[in-house]
Design a protein around this ligand. Structure first.
Ligand code: SF4
Length: 358
């Protein structure tokens, strides 16, 4: 039987039942203050930036290492960007690390975090969701922090069939209507926890859910089909060439990528532009960072970015050249000191294996 929207309990009852559930089942997370503990905005902010597009399990060790090395926003603001990028290695989406560093400097320059959602949104790397989460958790703003977990819970609670992303603004409005004025931070975290531990994408544990009795998707048996999503367009494929140059001392040529753009400021095995058409061998050697007898290594390196898939071929050469455009020579034992993104670690891995096998 179809349930009318008006049959849902009042917002206050829904939020009260969720908060009661949260009191019993809240996750213990390294960045989350325990009941009665003071909330540290720096920790809230640091964790929210790290959690953008990354799981709680993956973030945990990074968060602990960052906090040990830079225990306050002032220490992070004084850090070199390269050290921050290096410490971020493996978390991906490196623009977040650059923004983290820029944001720390901006916050220190203005004498602290702004205490409103609108103010927080003016800082580098802080968008709608992150501003709402920090505002609610650290400053008690009545804000709707709706991440992917919260979207899923709300889409099911109200049986929203409009797909994401068009449904986003409606779900945010639904969430805001539920946020209690006295505990917005707990409500935000409760919704995240419910989505992460009970209202999971597959096989939600409705019998453990505080909203089971009023959930429309559960009543209709369609929970697992929600939220719907607009079909993603097929990602384009781009092609590039990476140049593995080794000098007489066995050091390898690395280069820093331009500060702006994809993987900005990170180190790379020098590479061409990443373009739609594949590079032929003649073009590739012309684009090499130095003159040498380049040979193409077998195989390719594949890497997926958010908006495109990349396929890199590798050209290798031994060289006596002392210098190259913008490059530095790095002994393989010192690669670990360099801020190398995952795609370049794949290039290094394949080049070393191919050269050893030759
Ligand atoms: Fe999700 Fe089930 Fe709870 Fe509905 S009842 S919100 S589908 S866990």
């Amino acid at each position: 039987m179809k349930r009318a929207r008006s049959m849902l309990p009042q917002a206050a009852d829904l939020s009260a039942s969720l908060l009661a559930w949260y009191g019993r089942h809240r996750r213990v997370l390294p960045w989350r203050a325990l009941p009665g503990e003071a909330i540290d905005t720096y920790r809230v902010w640091l964790s929210e930036i790290m959690l953008q597009q990354t799981t709680v399990a993956a973030v945990g060790p990074y968060y602990m290492r960052f906090l040990a090395r830079w225990p306050t926003i002032e220490t992070l603001a004084r850090a070199e960007l390269d050290d921050v990028l290096h410490a971020w290695q493996g978390l991906g989406y490196y623009a977040r690390a650059r923004n983290l560093h820029a944001c720390a400097r901006a916050v220190v320059a203005r004498g602290g975090f702004p205490d409103t959602e609108a103010g927080l949104r003016t800082l580098p790397g802080i968008g709608t969701y992150t501003a709402a989460a920090i505002g609610a958790i650290a400053f008690g703003c009545r804000a709707a922090a709706v991440d992917g977990n919260a979207e899923r819970v709300l889409a099911r609670l109200y049986a929203v069939r409009t797909p994401l992303p068009p449904a986003k603004s409606r779900l945010r409005a639904d969430a805001l209507a539920l946020v209690p004025a006295d505990r917005p931070g707990d409500f935000a975290q409760a919704l995240m926890d419910l989505g992460a531990t009970v209202c999971t994408p597959k096989q939600p544990r409705c019998s453990a859910c505080p909203w089971q009795a009023c959930c429309r998707a559960h009543a209709r048996g369609i929970a697992e089909t929600l939220p719907r999503r607009v079909a993603k367009p097929v990602k384009p494929r781009r092609h590039g060439v990476a140049f593995w140059a080794v000098n007489e001392a066995g050091a390898v040529l690395l280069r820093r990528r331009p500060a702006n753009g994809l993987l900005g400021g990170m180190m790379e095995v020098p590479s061409t532009d990443w373009r739609i058409t594949p590079w032929d061998d003649r073009e590739a050697t012309k684009a090499a960072p130095l003159k040498a007898r380049w040979r193409r290594l077998p195989g390719t390196v594949a890497h997926g970015f958010t908006h495109f898939d990349l396929e890199l071929v590798i050209f290798a050469a031994m060289t006596k050249a002392a210098a190259a455009r913008n490059g530095i020579w790095v002994a393989p034992a010192r690669f670990k000191d360099q801020a190398l993104p995952s795609v370049m670690k794949k290039v290094i891995d394949r080049a070393r294996r191919a050269v050893t096998a030759a």
